[in-house]
Design a protein around this ligand. Structure first.
Ligand SMILES: Nc1ncnc2c1ncn2[C@@H]1O[C@H](COP(=O)(O)OP(=O)(O)O)[C@@H](O)[C@H]1O
Ligand SMILES: [Mg+2]
Length: 488
Protein backbone atom coordinates (compact mmCIF):
# COMPACT_ATOMS: atom_id res chain seq x y z
CA UNK A 1 0.00 0.00 0.00
CA UNK A 2 1.21 3.50 -0.79
CA UNK A 3 1.36 5.32 2.54
CA UNK A 4 3.43 8.15 4.02
CA UNK A 5 5.14 8.60 0.65
CA UNK A 6 6.56 5.09 0.90
CA UNK A 7 5.57 1.57 -0.06
CA UNK A 8 4.05 -0.07 2.96
CA UNK A 9 4.49 -3.79 2.40
CA UNK A 10 4.44 -5.54 5.76
CA UNK A 11 3.81 -5.16 9.46
CA UNK A 12 5.90 -6.67 12.24
CA UNK A 13 6.50 -4.86 15.48
CA UNK A 14 6.14 -1.79 13.33
CA UNK A 15 5.35 -0.97 9.74
CA UNK A 16 7.91 -2.18 7.21
CA UNK A 17 8.40 0.13 4.24
CA UNK A 18 10.12 -0.28 0.91
CA UNK A 19 11.70 3.09 0.17
CA UNK A 20 10.86 4.42 -3.30
CA UNK A 21 14.33 5.93 -3.77
CA UNK A 22 15.90 2.49 -3.32
CA UNK A 23 13.31 0.46 -5.19
CA UNK A 24 15.69 0.45 -8.18
CA UNK A 25 18.22 -1.50 -6.09
CA UNK A 26 16.35 -4.63 -7.07
CA UNK A 27 14.96 -7.34 -4.87
CA UNK A 28 14.23 -10.94 -4.14
CA UNK A 29 11.11 -12.72 -2.91
CA UNK A 30 11.92 -16.29 -1.87
CA UNK A 31 10.16 -19.12 -0.09
CA UNK A 32 8.81 -22.65 -0.47
CA UNK A 33 5.69 -23.10 -2.56
CA UNK A 34 2.46 -21.96 -0.96
CA UNK A 35 4.18 -19.62 1.51
CA UNK A 36 2.92 -16.38 -0.05
CA UNK A 37 5.46 -15.27 -2.68
CA UNK A 38 2.96 -14.50 -5.40
CA UNK A 39 0.75 -12.54 -3.01
CA UNK A 40 3.80 -10.54 -1.87
CA UNK A 41 4.56 -9.78 -5.51
CA UNK A 42 0.98 -8.58 -5.97
CA UNK A 43 1.08 -6.38 -2.88
CA UNK A 44 4.31 -4.80 -4.11
CA UNK A 45 2.98 -4.33 -7.64
CA UNK A 46 -0.22 -2.73 -6.30
CA UNK A 47 1.84 -0.33 -4.21
CA UNK A 48 4.05 0.66 -7.13
CA UNK A 49 1.01 1.21 -9.31
CA UNK A 50 -0.59 3.41 -6.63
CA UNK A 51 2.60 5.41 -6.44
CA UNK A 52 2.43 6.00 -10.21
CA UNK A 53 5.17 3.55 -11.16
CA UNK A 54 4.37 1.20 -14.04
CA UNK A 55 5.17 -2.47 -13.54
CA UNK A 56 5.92 -5.39 -15.80
CA UNK A 57 5.59 -9.00 -14.74
CA UNK A 58 5.75 -12.41 -16.31
CA UNK A 59 2.78 -14.51 -15.22
CA UNK A 60 4.02 -18.07 -15.34
CA UNK A 61 1.09 -19.77 -13.65
CA UNK A 62 -1.71 -17.43 -14.69
CA UNK A 63 -2.32 -16.50 -11.06
CA UNK A 64 -1.58 -12.77 -11.09
CA UNK A 65 -4.30 -11.82 -13.58
CA UNK A 66 -6.66 -10.96 -10.69
CA UNK A 67 -4.73 -7.71 -10.23
CA UNK A 68 -7.20 -6.03 -12.60
CA UNK A 69 -10.22 -6.87 -10.42
CA UNK A 70 -11.21 -5.80 -6.90
CA UNK A 71 -10.58 -8.39 -4.20
CA UNK A 72 -13.37 -10.36 -2.56
CA UNK A 73 -14.07 -9.89 1.10
CA UNK A 74 -13.72 -12.90 3.35
CA UNK A 75 -13.38 -13.61 7.02
CA UNK A 76 -9.72 -14.47 6.60
CA UNK A 77 -9.05 -11.19 4.85
CA UNK A 78 -10.96 -9.18 7.45
CA UNK A 79 -8.98 -10.88 10.21
CA UNK A 80 -5.72 -9.99 8.54
CA UNK A 81 -6.73 -6.40 7.85
CA UNK A 82 -7.71 -5.95 11.50
CA UNK A 83 -4.68 -7.72 12.92
CA UNK A 84 -2.29 -5.61 10.88
CA UNK A 85 -4.28 -2.44 11.51
CA UNK A 86 -4.51 -1.45 7.86
CA UNK A 87 -6.42 1.81 7.95
CA UNK A 88 -8.17 2.88 4.78
CA UNK A 89 -8.00 -0.58 3.25
CA UNK A 90 -10.35 -0.93 0.28
CA UNK A 91 -10.71 -3.65 -2.31
CA UNK A 92 -9.88 -2.35 -5.75
CA UNK A 93 -8.68 -3.43 -9.16
CA UNK A 94 -5.58 -1.90 -10.74
CA UNK A 95 -4.97 -0.68 -14.30
CA UNK A 96 -3.58 -3.66 -16.19
CA UNK A 97 -2.53 -4.45 -19.73
CA UNK A 98 -2.22 -8.05 -20.79
CA UNK A 99 0.44 -9.24 -23.19
CA UNK A 100 1.10 -12.63 -24.72
CA UNK A 101 3.69 -13.70 -27.23
CA UNK A 102 1.10 -16.10 -28.64
CA UNK A 103 -1.53 -13.35 -28.76
CA UNK A 104 -4.09 -15.49 -26.91
CA UNK A 105 -4.33 -13.86 -23.50
CA UNK A 106 -2.92 -10.46 -24.27
CA UNK A 107 -1.74 -8.10 -26.96
CA UNK A 108 0.76 -9.92 -29.14
CA UNK A 109 4.36 -9.10 -28.24
CA UNK A 110 6.49 -9.12 -31.34
CA UNK A 111 9.91 -8.01 -32.31
CA UNK A 112 11.74 -8.08 -35.61
CA UNK A 113 14.73 -10.21 -36.53
CA UNK A 114 16.63 -6.97 -37.21
CA UNK A 115 15.85 -5.67 -33.76
CA UNK A 116 16.86 -8.86 -32.06
CA UNK A 117 20.17 -8.77 -33.95
CA UNK A 118 22.77 -11.50 -34.50
CA UNK A 119 24.03 -11.66 -30.88
CA UNK A 120 20.73 -12.64 -29.38
CA UNK A 121 19.77 -14.87 -32.29
CA UNK A 122 23.01 -16.76 -31.92
CA UNK A 123 22.07 -17.47 -28.33
CA UNK A 124 18.51 -18.29 -29.10
CA UNK A 125 19.49 -20.71 -31.84
CA UNK A 126 22.53 -22.11 -30.08
CA UNK A 127 24.88 -21.42 -32.98
CA UNK A 128 28.57 -22.27 -33.02
CA UNK A 129 31.20 -19.56 -33.28
CA UNK A 130 31.70 -20.18 -36.98
CA UNK A 131 27.97 -20.07 -37.60
CA UNK A 132 27.73 -16.87 -35.58
CA UNK A 133 30.32 -15.23 -37.84
CA UNK A 134 28.35 -16.29 -40.88
CA UNK A 135 25.13 -14.94 -39.37
CA UNK A 136 26.84 -11.61 -38.80
CA UNK A 137 27.88 -11.52 -42.47
CA UNK A 138 24.31 -12.29 -43.45
CA UNK A 139 23.11 -9.32 -41.40
CA UNK A 140 25.72 -7.10 -42.99
CA UNK A 141 24.73 -8.20 -46.48
CA UNK A 142 21.08 -7.49 -45.69
CA UNK A 143 21.93 -4.02 -44.38
CA UNK A 144 23.91 -3.27 -47.53
CA UNK A 145 21.26 -4.68 -49.86
CA UNK A 146 18.48 -2.88 -48.02
CA UNK A 147 16.72 -6.14 -47.18
CA UNK A 148 14.67 -5.84 -44.04
CA UNK A 149 14.61 -8.80 -41.73
CA UNK A 150 11.30 -8.81 -39.95
CA UNK A 151 10.13 -12.38 -39.55
CA UNK A 152 11.73 -15.81 -39.76
CA UNK A 153 10.45 -16.16 -43.32
CA UNK A 154 12.67 -13.22 -44.27
CA UNK A 155 15.65 -14.80 -42.58
CA UNK A 156 15.09 -18.12 -44.31
CA UNK A 157 14.70 -16.47 -47.71
CA UNK A 158 17.90 -14.51 -47.24
CA UNK A 159 19.87 -17.56 -46.09
CA UNK A 160 18.64 -19.51 -49.12
CA UNK A 161 19.48 -16.73 -51.54
CA UNK A 162 22.92 -16.11 -50.12
CA UNK A 163 23.62 -19.82 -50.13
CA UNK A 164 22.70 -20.00 -53.84
CA UNK A 165 24.71 -16.91 -54.67
CA UNK A 166 27.52 -17.43 -52.27
CA UNK A 167 30.33 -16.80 -54.75
CA UNK A 168 29.10 -13.31 -55.47
CA UNK A 169 29.17 -12.31 -51.84
CA UNK A 170 32.28 -14.04 -50.60
CA UNK A 171 34.64 -11.63 -52.31
CA UNK A 172 33.29 -8.72 -50.37
CA UNK A 173 32.18 -10.31 -47.12
CA UNK A 174 34.45 -13.31 -46.59
CA UNK A 175 34.02 -17.06 -46.80
CA UNK A 176 30.71 -18.63 -45.88
CA UNK A 177 30.43 -22.39 -46.02
CA UNK A 178 27.31 -24.05 -47.39
CA UNK A 179 27.33 -26.21 -44.26
CA UNK A 180 27.17 -23.22 -41.94
CA UNK A 181 24.43 -21.55 -43.96
CA UNK A 182 22.52 -24.84 -43.98
CA UNK A 183 22.96 -25.31 -40.25
CA UNK A 184 21.66 -21.80 -39.57
CA UNK A 185 18.69 -22.47 -41.83
CA UNK A 186 17.86 -25.59 -39.86
CA UNK A 187 18.15 -23.65 -36.61
CA UNK A 188 15.73 -21.08 -37.96
CA UNK A 189 13.26 -23.86 -38.61
CA UNK A 190 13.51 -25.22 -35.08
CA UNK A 191 13.14 -21.67 -33.84
CA UNK A 192 9.91 -21.47 -35.82
CA UNK A 193 8.71 -24.70 -34.27
CA UNK A 194 9.41 -23.21 -30.86
CA UNK A 195 7.16 -20.22 -31.53
CA UNK A 196 9.64 -17.94 -33.25
CA UNK A 197 7.33 -17.67 -36.25
CA UNK A 198 4.83 -15.91 -33.98
CA UNK A 199 7.27 -13.85 -31.98
CA UNK A 200 9.03 -12.30 -34.96
CA UNK A 201 6.85 -9.92 -36.91
CA UNK A 202 5.24 -6.53 -37.07
CA UNK A 203 3.92 -4.39 -35.52
CA UNK A 204 6.79 -4.78 -33.08
CA UNK A 205 6.37 -3.90 -29.44
CA UNK A 206 6.93 -0.25 -28.63
CA UNK A 207 8.46 -0.31 -25.16
CA UNK A 208 6.97 3.11 -24.45
CA UNK A 209 3.65 1.34 -24.11
CA UNK A 210 4.86 -0.18 -20.86
CA UNK A 211 5.50 3.19 -19.28
CA UNK A 212 1.92 4.35 -19.07
CA UNK A 213 -0.13 5.66 -16.18
CA UNK A 214 -3.93 5.87 -16.09
CA UNK A 215 -6.04 9.02 -15.68
CA UNK A 216 -5.69 8.76 -11.88
CA UNK A 217 -1.94 8.70 -12.19
CA UNK A 218 -1.66 5.02 -11.27
CA UNK A 219 1.00 3.05 -13.07
CA UNK A 220 -0.15 0.33 -15.46
CA UNK A 221 0.66 -3.23 -14.47
CA UNK A 222 1.76 -5.02 -17.61
CA UNK A 223 1.20 -8.73 -17.32
CA UNK A 224 2.91 -11.02 -19.80
CA UNK A 225 0.84 -14.18 -19.88
CA UNK A 226 3.60 -16.76 -19.87
CA UNK A 227 1.86 -20.05 -19.16
CA UNK A 228 2.55 -21.35 -22.66
CA UNK A 229 5.84 -19.52 -23.01
CA UNK A 230 7.11 -21.19 -19.85
CA UNK A 231 7.01 -24.54 -21.62
CA UNK A 232 9.76 -23.22 -23.80
CA UNK A 233 12.44 -22.04 -21.35
CA UNK A 234 14.87 -21.12 -24.11
CA UNK A 235 12.46 -18.74 -25.77
CA UNK A 236 11.41 -17.43 -22.37
CA UNK A 237 14.91 -16.68 -21.14
CA UNK A 238 16.03 -15.22 -24.45
CA UNK A 239 12.93 -13.07 -24.53
CA UNK A 240 13.62 -11.75 -21.04
CA UNK A 241 17.25 -11.00 -21.79
CA UNK A 242 16.33 -9.32 -25.05
CA UNK A 243 13.73 -7.26 -23.26
CA UNK A 244 16.01 -6.11 -20.46
CA UNK A 245 18.73 -5.37 -22.94
CA UNK A 246 16.39 -3.42 -25.18
CA UNK A 247 15.09 -1.37 -22.26
CA UNK A 248 18.61 -0.87 -21.06
CA UNK A 249 19.86 0.40 -24.41
CA UNK A 250 16.90 2.71 -25.08
CA UNK A 251 16.42 4.33 -21.68
CA UNK A 252 18.46 7.37 -20.78
CA UNK A 253 20.75 7.40 -17.76
CA UNK A 254 18.92 9.03 -14.83
CA UNK A 255 21.09 8.21 -11.83
CA UNK A 256 19.31 8.25 -8.49
CA UNK A 257 15.67 9.22 -8.65
CA UNK A 258 12.85 9.70 -6.13
CA UNK A 259 11.13 6.61 -7.43
CA UNK A 260 11.75 4.10 -10.21
CA UNK A 261 10.50 4.56 -13.75
CA UNK A 262 9.56 0.92 -14.17
CA UNK A 263 9.72 -2.18 -12.03
CA UNK A 264 10.01 -5.75 -13.29
CA UNK A 265 8.92 -8.88 -11.47
CA UNK A 266 10.01 -12.30 -12.64
CA UNK A 267 8.16 -15.11 -10.89
CA UNK A 268 9.66 -18.61 -11.03
CA UNK A 269 12.98 -16.93 -11.74
CA UNK A 270 14.89 -20.20 -11.60
CA UNK A 271 13.54 -20.76 -15.12
CA UNK A 272 15.72 -17.93 -16.34
CA UNK A 273 18.85 -19.53 -15.03
CA UNK A 274 18.30 -23.30 -15.19
CA UNK A 275 20.27 -24.68 -18.11
CA UNK A 276 20.88 -21.19 -19.40
CA UNK A 277 24.20 -20.93 -21.24
CA UNK A 278 26.87 -18.95 -19.31
CA UNK A 279 26.73 -16.09 -21.82
CA UNK A 280 23.08 -15.58 -21.09
CA UNK A 281 23.63 -15.58 -17.34
CA UNK A 282 26.46 -13.10 -17.83
CA UNK A 283 24.18 -10.87 -19.85
CA UNK A 284 21.51 -10.88 -17.12
CA UNK A 285 24.20 -10.14 -14.56
CA UNK A 286 25.52 -7.22 -16.56
CA UNK A 287 22.11 -5.75 -17.29
CA UNK A 288 20.96 -6.09 -13.67
CA UNK A 289 24.05 -4.25 -12.55
CA UNK A 290 23.68 -1.38 -15.01
CA UNK A 291 19.93 -0.94 -15.42
CA UNK A 292 19.63 0.51 -11.92
CA UNK A 293 20.94 3.86 -13.06
CA UNK A 294 18.23 3.94 -15.71
CA UNK A 295 15.66 3.94 -12.95
CA UNK A 296 14.57 0.34 -13.42
CA UNK A 297 14.17 -2.10 -10.54
CA UNK A 298 14.12 -5.87 -11.04
CA UNK A 299 12.58 -8.28 -8.54
CA UNK A 300 13.13 -12.00 -8.81
CA UNK A 301 10.76 -14.47 -7.22
CA UNK A 302 12.02 -17.96 -6.59
CA UNK A 303 11.75 -20.82 -4.11
CA UNK A 304 15.27 -20.59 -2.88
CA UNK A 305 17.83 -17.77 -3.03
CA UNK A 306 20.33 -20.33 -4.31
CA UNK A 307 18.27 -20.60 -7.53
CA UNK A 308 19.75 -17.23 -8.49
CA UNK A 309 23.41 -17.09 -9.54
CA UNK A 310 25.58 -15.37 -6.91
CA UNK A 311 26.63 -12.36 -8.99
CA UNK A 312 22.95 -11.57 -9.63
CA UNK A 313 21.91 -12.38 -6.07
CA UNK A 314 24.42 -9.96 -4.63
CA UNK A 315 22.72 -7.14 -6.59
CA UNK A 316 19.34 -7.69 -4.98
CA UNK A 317 19.08 -5.20 -2.13
CA UNK A 318 15.46 -5.57 -1.00
CA UNK A 319 14.56 -8.99 0.37
CA UNK A 320 11.48 -10.84 1.45
CA UNK A 321 12.17 -14.36 2.68
CA UNK A 322 9.13 -16.55 3.22
CA UNK A 323 9.32 -19.91 4.97
CA UNK A 324 11.71 -22.58 3.80
CA UNK A 325 11.59 -26.27 4.67
CA UNK A 326 14.55 -27.85 6.36
CA UNK A 327 13.99 -31.59 6.34
CA UNK A 328 16.96 -32.85 4.37
CA UNK A 329 20.59 -31.89 5.02
CA UNK A 330 20.57 -30.12 1.67
CA UNK A 331 17.55 -28.05 2.68
CA UNK A 332 19.12 -27.27 6.04
CA UNK A 333 22.19 -25.98 4.31
CA UNK A 334 20.06 -23.81 2.00
CA UNK A 335 18.26 -22.33 4.99
CA UNK A 336 21.56 -21.52 6.63
CA UNK A 337 22.83 -19.86 3.49
CA UNK A 338 19.62 -17.85 3.14
CA UNK A 339 19.84 -16.79 6.79
CA UNK A 340 23.40 -15.58 6.39
CA UNK A 341 22.39 -13.03 3.79
CA UNK A 342 20.30 -11.16 6.38
CA UNK A 343 21.48 -8.52 8.80
CA UNK A 344 20.86 -10.27 12.11
CA UNK A 345 18.15 -9.05 14.44
CA UNK A 346 19.25 -9.50 18.08
CA UNK A 347 15.68 -10.45 18.99
CA UNK A 348 15.73 -13.80 17.18
CA UNK A 349 17.85 -16.37 15.41
CA UNK A 350 17.36 -15.84 11.69
CA UNK A 351 18.02 -19.46 10.80
CA UNK A 352 15.31 -20.72 13.16
CA UNK A 353 12.70 -18.18 12.16
CA UNK A 354 12.98 -19.00 8.45
CA UNK A 355 11.54 -22.45 9.06
CA UNK A 356 8.85 -21.24 11.49
CA UNK A 357 7.20 -18.57 9.35
CA UNK A 358 3.51 -18.95 8.55
CA UNK A 359 1.77 -18.32 5.24
CA UNK A 360 2.02 -14.66 4.26
CA UNK A 361 4.63 -14.11 6.93
CA UNK A 362 8.25 -13.34 6.08
CA UNK A 363 11.62 -12.08 7.11
CA UNK A 364 11.88 -8.71 5.47
CA UNK A 365 14.93 -6.58 4.91
CA UNK A 366 14.60 -3.49 2.74
CA UNK A 367 17.36 -0.97 2.20
CA UNK A 368 17.26 1.71 4.90
CA UNK A 369 17.44 5.51 4.62
CA UNK A 370 21.17 5.27 4.04
CA UNK A 371 20.87 2.53 1.46
CA UNK A 372 22.16 -0.19 3.79
CA UNK A 373 20.38 -3.53 4.18
CA UNK A 374 17.90 -3.09 7.02
CA UNK A 375 17.90 -5.37 10.05
CA UNK A 376 15.76 -8.46 9.37
CA UNK A 377 12.19 -7.96 10.57
CA UNK A 378 9.75 -10.76 11.17
CA UNK A 379 6.55 -9.43 9.64
CA UNK A 380 3.20 -10.20 8.01
CA UNK A 381 2.77 -9.12 4.42
CA UNK A 382 -0.26 -6.87 3.91
CA UNK A 383 -3.29 -8.43 2.26
CA UNK A 384 -3.71 -7.67 -1.45
CA UNK A 385 -6.45 -5.24 -2.45
CA UNK A 386 -7.06 -6.92 -5.78
CA UNK A 387 -8.64 -10.30 -6.51
CA UNK A 388 -6.53 -13.24 -5.38
CA UNK A 389 -7.62 -15.70 -8.04
CA UNK A 390 -7.39 -15.95 -11.78
CA UNK A 391 -9.77 -14.05 -14.06
CA UNK A 392 -12.01 -15.81 -16.57
CA UNK A 393 -11.49 -16.26 -20.27
CA UNK A 394 -14.16 -13.62 -20.88
CA UNK A 395 -12.43 -11.21 -18.52
CA UNK A 396 -9.21 -11.57 -20.50
CA UNK A 397 -11.05 -10.82 -23.71
CA UNK A 398 -12.76 -7.79 -22.20
CA UNK A 399 -9.41 -6.49 -20.97
CA UNK A 400 -7.71 -6.98 -24.35
CA UNK A 401 -10.48 -5.67 -26.62
CA UNK A 402 -11.28 -2.85 -24.23
CA UNK A 403 -7.72 -1.57 -24.32
CA UNK A 404 -6.66 1.34 -26.46
CA UNK A 405 -3.62 -0.70 -27.51
CA UNK A 406 -5.70 -3.45 -29.09
CA UNK A 407 -6.07 -1.79 -32.45
CA UNK A 408 -2.36 -1.15 -32.75
CA UNK A 409 -1.13 -4.64 -32.03
CA UNK A 410 -3.83 -7.13 -32.93
CA UNK A 411 -3.33 -7.62 -36.64
CA UNK A 412 -0.02 -8.79 -37.98
CA UNK A 413 1.37 -6.67 -40.80
CA UNK A 414 3.28 -8.34 -43.58
CA UNK A 415 5.05 -5.60 -45.46
CA UNK A 416 7.49 -5.64 -48.30
CA UNK A 417 10.57 -7.04 -46.57
CA UNK A 418 13.49 -9.34 -47.39
CA UNK A 419 11.26 -12.27 -48.35
CA UNK A 420 9.47 -10.28 -51.03
CA UNK A 421 12.67 -8.56 -52.11
CA UNK A 422 14.39 -11.90 -52.56
CA UNK A 423 11.40 -13.19 -54.50
CA UNK A 424 11.79 -10.23 -56.84
CA UNK A 425 15.51 -10.72 -57.09
CA UNK A 426 15.11 -14.39 -57.94
CA UNK A 427 12.52 -13.70 -60.60
CA UNK A 428 14.76 -11.14 -62.17
CA UNK A 429 17.72 -13.49 -61.97
CA UNK A 430 15.66 -16.23 -63.61
CA UNK A 431 14.64 -13.94 -66.46
CA UNK A 432 18.16 -12.83 -67.15
CA UNK A 433 19.22 -16.44 -66.69
CA UNK A 434 22.73 -15.51 -65.74
CA UNK A 435 23.15 -13.78 -62.44
CA UNK A 436 26.90 -13.72 -62.74
CA UNK A 437 26.74 -12.28 -66.23
CA UNK A 438 24.64 -9.44 -64.94
CA UNK A 439 27.75 -8.62 -63.02
CA UNK A 440 26.17 -7.08 -60.01
CA UNK A 441 23.86 -7.77 -57.18
CA UNK A 442 20.21 -7.12 -57.62
CA UNK A 443 19.05 -4.13 -55.67
CA UNK A 444 15.35 -4.56 -55.86
CA UNK A 445 14.80 -3.86 -52.22
CA UNK A 446 15.29 -0.17 -52.73
CA UNK A 447 11.87 -0.03 -54.35
CA UNK A 448 9.71 -0.46 -51.35
CA UNK A 449 6.01 -0.43 -51.83
CA UNK A 450 3.07 -0.47 -49.49
CA UNK A 451 5.10 0.71 -46.53
CA UNK A 452 4.00 3.76 -44.71
CA UNK A 453 6.21 3.47 -41.69
CA UNK A 454 9.94 3.70 -41.73
CA UNK A 455 11.60 0.79 -40.04
CA UNK A 456 15.15 0.81 -38.92
CA UNK A 457 17.67 -1.60 -40.28
CA UNK A 458 20.02 -3.40 -37.99
CA UNK A 459 22.86 -1.17 -39.10
CA UNK A 460 20.95 2.00 -38.36
CA UNK A 461 19.94 0.75 -34.97
CA UNK A 462 23.52 -0.02 -34.14
CA UNK A 463 24.47 3.54 -35.03
CA UNK A 464 21.62 4.79 -32.87
CA UNK A 465 23.03 2.94 -29.95
CA UNK A 466 26.43 4.46 -30.53
CA UNK A 467 25.09 7.95 -30.93
CA UNK A 468 23.82 7.76 -27.40
CA UNK A 469 20.78 6.85 -25.48
CA UNK A 470 19.86 10.36 -24.47
CA UNK A 471 19.68 11.55 -28.05
CA UNK A 472 17.63 8.61 -29.20
CA UNK A 473 15.29 8.94 -26.24
CA UNK A 474 14.64 12.55 -27.14
CA UNK A 475 14.10 11.48 -30.72
CA UNK A 476 11.63 8.86 -29.65
CA UNK A 477 9.79 11.33 -27.50
CA UNK A 478 9.47 13.73 -30.42
CA UNK A 479 8.35 10.94 -32.69
CA UNK A 480 5.66 9.98 -30.25
CA UNK A 481 4.46 13.52 -29.90
CA UNK A 482 4.34 13.92 -33.64
CA UNK A 483 2.46 10.70 -34.22
CA UNK A 484 0.01 11.56 -31.48
CA UNK A 485 -0.63 14.92 -33.17
CA UNK A 486 -0.91 13.38 -36.60
CA UNK A 487 -3.33 10.67 -35.65
CA UNK A 488 -5.52 12.57 -33.27
N1 LIG B 1 -0.22 -11.53 2.35
C1 LIG B 1 -1.25 -12.39 2.28
N2 LIG B 1 -2.49 -11.99 2.62
C2 LIG B 1 -3.53 -12.84 2.54
N3 LIG B 1 -3.42 -14.12 2.13
C3 LIG B 1 -2.22 -14.58 1.80
C4 LIG B 1 -1.06 -13.74 1.85
N4 LIG B 1 0.00 -14.47 1.45
C5 LIG B 1 -0.45 -15.69 1.15
N5 LIG B 1 -1.78 -15.79 1.35
C6 LIG B 1 -2.62 -17.00 1.11
O1 LIG B 1 -1.75 -18.10 0.79
C7 LIG B 1 -2.02 -18.63 -0.50
C8 LIG B 1 -0.72 -19.06 -1.18
O2 LIG B 1 0.07 -17.92 -1.47
P1 LIG B 1 0.92 -17.77 -2.82
O3 LIG B 1 1.39 -16.38 -2.84
O4 LIG B 1 0.14 -18.24 -3.99
O5 LIG B 1 2.12 -18.77 -2.53
P2 LIG B 1 3.42 -19.06 -3.42
O6 LIG B 1 3.45 -18.09 -4.55
O7 LIG B 1 4.57 -18.90 -2.49
O8 LIG B 1 3.27 -20.47 -3.88
C9 LIG B 1 -2.76 -17.54 -1.20
O9 LIG B 1 -3.63 -18.01 -2.19
C10 LIG B 1 -3.51 -16.82 -0.08
O10 LIG B 1 -4.73 -17.49 0.19
MG1 LIG C 1 3.54 -18.47 -6.64
Amino acid sequence: MYADGKLWIAKGESKVYLLPQYANRHGLIAGASGTGKTVTLKVMAESFSEMGVPVFMADIKGDVSGLCRAGKDSEGMRGRIEKLGVDGFGYTGFPCEFWDIYGERGHPVRTTVDEMGPDMLTRLMGLSEVQEDVLRMVFRICADEGWELVDTKDLRAVLGFISDNRKEYEGEYGAMSVQSLGAIQRSVMSLEDAGGDIFFGEPALDIDDWFRTDSDGRGFINILHSVKLAHNPKLYSTFVVWLLNDIFTTLPEVGDTEKPKLVFFFDEAHMLFDDAPPVLVQKVEQVVKLIRSKGVGIYFISQNPSDIPDPVLSQLGNRVQHALRAYTPKEQKAVKTAAETFRANPKFKTVDVITELGTGEALVSFLDEKGRPGVAERAFILPPRSYLGQISEGDYRAMIYGSELDERYRERIDDYTAYEAIGGAEEKAGAVKAKAAAGSKTKTAAKRTATTRKRKSYAEKATDRMVGNAASAIGRGLGNMLSKKLFR
